[in-house]
Design a protein around this ligand. Sequence first.
Ligand code: 9UX
Length: 72
Amino acid sequence: STLVGQFTISGMTCAACVNSIEGILLDLVGVKKAVVALATSLGEVEYDPNMIGKDEIVTAIEDAGFEASFLQ
Ligand code: 9UX
């Protein structure tokens, strides 16, 4: 199955941050798609909830030095 989740990210200051976070997310087992936007500070992931949860996704982003929280 697939869930879609949106999250806010703070700490992104240049375009390379976007590529970095997208790469980190796509490396996580269970994440199928990841899109991050610098201008809006928003991100969206498609993930398999049987393989990964929002908590692990947030932790991966925060381990890279950013703050993240899911909208719902
Ligand atoms: Mo730009 Mo982001 O030099 O982690 S890559 S600030």
